[in-house]
Design a binder for this molecule. Structure first.
Ligand SMILES: [Zn+2]
Length: 417
């Protein structure tokens, strides 16, 4: 890690060049401590290229502001024992919002990425947008009020939204408008805080990069399999967006000739055979045709009320029919993933979302199909795993998304100081 301190002149913020430089220097110290944990003056000097007396002075100012904590004397690696400094985890807070196709999760996190509020989880359908956002704001208002935290201590709000495209309007949920306002404007106007939004599969990739299996890896693909199928791509260490931010619509590649109608308006997309929605339809149709399955018992014969979690429960209890439909889904997915392996030569593919909770029952058919359809010496580079962060990944990813922006020099309106 090496950081260059910007020395560009202050524009429109009334700060002199010296004051501006000092704030950048302090932000660099904060970033280093946030990312590396407790560390000493010489380590900070190596990273920031600042002199030791400058660091001592700035660190003391940050201690006075309550942002840095003097943690006392650490272990010696030869010579004098160093004094360690760490970030005060409760100096700032971030709001994480994960809007799934059917579930919404909200939480307040500190700088140690720990939840400092309860994680509010409830059913919310994105298809009824007005109702959805009215309820979301009401619940988030309550969460913030009950936290009794100072509004000034919040850095921003990270929001993960479904990357689905409305087949009629071509709009993604990101550019949906309510009362002429974009979702971002709605959040900003209501909370007067910076808001960072991205599609759920990219937020998953950001979460995996910050806290999961993708940490310290440069080329990782993240497949988010919920109602639809999204692809978050970490390419050469960065999350890839594409020209208009619509990269990763992996669920809409055509895999079945003359197949079923998809939510995007086309026929035979991968989503129609390998998503959570497709899995539920296959369970309903199979049981109606007379297949015996534990799924019927789990939902008390109410086939309209089958959720992916019910199918996974049956799979884990060894139900043959449930295992067969997951197996079939895995084969379709594996066929499509073979193209990803050939094109991207990824180090790892992480499968997340509700369907990933089937773990080995999903990974095994994917592996078998990849073995069949990929060139072996490309395939051997790629590890396929299910996410260890499971259902938390997008909430954690939304927090990481805000922190990435805080420490991004090119972002002007979201700074630590
Ligand atoms: Zn489609």
């Amino acid at each position: 890690m090496n950081k260059k301190i910007l020395e560009k002149p202050a524009i429109n913020n009334g700060l002199s060049n010296i004051e501006y430089k000092k704030i950048h220097q302090k932000n660099a110290i904060i970033e280093y401590l946030y990312k590396m944990g407790p560390t000493s003056n010489p380590d900070i000097a190596r990273y920031t290229k600042m002199s030791s007396p400058t660091i001592t002075k700035l660190v003391q100012e940050l201690i006075d502001l309550g942002i840095i904590i003097d943690m006392g004397v650490g272990e010696s690696i030869g010579g004098r024992k160093p004094n360690l400094f760490g970030i005060n985890p409760n100096a700032r807070y971030i709001v994480g919002v994960d809007i799934d196709c059917r579930m919404v999760k909200l939480g307040i996190f500190n700088l140690a990425n720990e939840a400092v509020s309860e994680i509010v989880t409830y059913f919310g359908n994105v298809k009824d947008k007005n109702k959805m956002f009215t309820e979301l704001f009401s619940r988030l208002d309550d969460l913030l009020e009950n936290s009794h935290l100072n509004k000034e201590a919040f850095l921003g709000i990270g929001v993960s939204i479904p990357g689905l495209i409305n087949s009629k309007t071509g709009q993604t949920y990101k550019d949906v408008r309510i009362d002429e306002k974009t979702l971002e404007e709605l959040f900003r106007d209501h909370y007067k805080l910076p808001v960072i939004m991205d599609s759920d599969s990219r937020v998953m990739a950001i979460g995996e990069q910050a806290f999961g299996f993708a940490k310290n890896k440069k080329d990782v693909l993240c497949l988010n399999i919920c109602d639809g199928i999204g692809l978050g791509m970490i390419l050469n260490g960065s999350v890839y967006h594409g020209k208009s931010g619509l990269a990763g619509e992996f669920g809409h590649i055509n895999v079945v000739k003359d197949g079923n109608l998809c939510t995007c308006g086309k026929y035979g997309c991968l989503e129609t055979v390998a998503s959570g929605t497709a899995l539920i339809e296959q369970a309903q149709q199979g049981i109606k045709k007379g297949n015996a399955s534990l799924i019927s018992e789990i939902v008390n014969d109410n086939l309209d009320d089958i959720h992916v979690s019910d199918i996974i429960e049956a799979v884990n209890k060894g139900d043959i029919f449930a295992i067969e439909i997951i197996n079939k889904l895995g084969h379709f997915l594996g066929e499509a993933m073979a193209s990803l392996v050939h094109i991207f030569n990824p180090e790892m593919i992480i499968i997340g979302g509700k369907v990933a909770l089937a773990e080995d029952y999903l990974i095994n058919p994917i592996q078998n199909t990849l073995n069949k359809y990929t060139i072996s010496h490309i395939k051997k580079d790629t590890i396929v795993v299910t996410s260890e962060l499971e259902e938390r990944v997008k909430l954690l990813g939304s927090v990481a998304m805000v922190m990435n922006q805080v420490f991004d020099e090119s972002v002007e309106d979201l700074k630590f100081l």
